[in-house]
Design a protein around this ligand. Structure first.
Ligand code: FMN
Length: 198
C-alpha cells in the first residue's frame, strides 16, 4: 500500500513539473512577441489606394476594418475605361503609360497626410509593377520618415517588382515589405496585419 501511495505521489509530482514547464514556455513565447513592436498597434493609420476595377478597393476596405484607419482613394483625373485597361493591346492607355518612364497620370483629389504615421499603399499590379499614378502620388506627397506598407492585387504576379520600384523611388520612406492578394478574405488580412512587425 505504502509503495502504491509513493508511486501515485511521484506521478502527480512529475505531471505537476511538466505542467509548470509548459506554462513557463507559453508565457515566454507571449513576452517574446510583446517585445517586437507590432505595427498594428502604432500611430495613426491611413489606407491609400488606387483601384481601376475594384479588386484592390476590396482589400483596402478589409484593411480599414482591421486597423480602423482612414480610407483614401487615389482618383485619376481621367478615369480608366475598359479600353484603357486592355493590356492585350499595345496601344491601350495603361500600356502606353507603363511603357513611358516619365508618364505621371494626374490625380483628381487632394488629401492632407501630415497627421498619419502609418500608410498602407494599395495598387493593382500592371506589368509586374506599380501603375504610374502611384509615382504621381509619391511625387505629390512628402512621406519622408513615415512607415509605408505596400499591398497589391494581381492575377498571379507577386509584389516584388513593384516593391523594388517603390524602395528605389523614395529612400526616405520606411518601407515595410508588403503583400500581394488575390481573392482574399477579411481573416487573411487580419492575420497579415497582426503579424506585421517593424
Ligand atoms: C494594364 C494592366 C496590366 C496588368 N499586368 C498584370 C501583371 O503583370 N500580372 C498580373 O498578375 N496581373 C496583371 N494585371 C491584372 C491586375 O493586376 C488585376 O486584375 C488586379 O487585381 C486589378 O486590380 P483593380 O481591380 O484594383 O484595378 C494587369 C491589368 C492591367 C489593366
Amino acid at each position: 500500500m505504502k509503495k502504491v501511495i509513493i508511486f501515485i505521489i511521484t506521478i502527480l509530482g512529475m505531471v505537476g513539473v511538466t505542467y509548470m514547464g509548459i506554462e513557463y514556455q507559453n508565457s515566454k513565447k507571449e513576452s517574446d512577441k510583446e517585445e517586437k513592436s507590432n505595427i498594428y498597434k502604432q500611430g495613426k493609420v491611413a489606407i491609400i489606394y488606387f483601384s481601376a476595377t475594384g479588386t484592390t478597393k476590396t482589400i483596402a476596405e478589409y484593411i480599414k476594418n482591421t486597423t480602423n484607419g482612414e480610407l483614401i482613394e487615389i482618383i485619376p483625373k481621367e478615369k480608366y475605361t475598359s479600353e484603357d485597361l486592355d493590356y492585350g493591346n499595345n496601344e491601350s492607355r495603361a500600356n502606353r503609360e507603363q511603357n513611358n518612364r516619365s508618364s505621371r497620370p494626374e490625380i483628381e483629389n487632394k488629401f492632407d497626410l501630415s497627421s498619419y504615421d502609418i500608410i498602407y499603399l494599395g495598387y493593382p499590379i500592371w506589368w509586374g509593377d506599380v501603375p504610374k499614378i502611384i509615382l504621381t502620388f509619391l511625387d505629390t506627397y512628402d512621406l519622408s520618415g513615415k512607415t509605408v506598407i505596400p499591398f497589391c492585387t494581381s492575377h498571379s504576379s507577386g509584389i516584388s517588382g513593384s516593391l523594388s520600384t517603390l524602395k528605389n523611388y523614395n529612400k526616405n520612406i520606411n518601407w515595410v515589405d508588403g503583400k500581394r492578394f488575390g481573392d482574399s478574405s477579411q481573416s487573411e488580412i487580419d492575420d497579415w496585419i497582426k503579424g506585421l512587425n517593424d
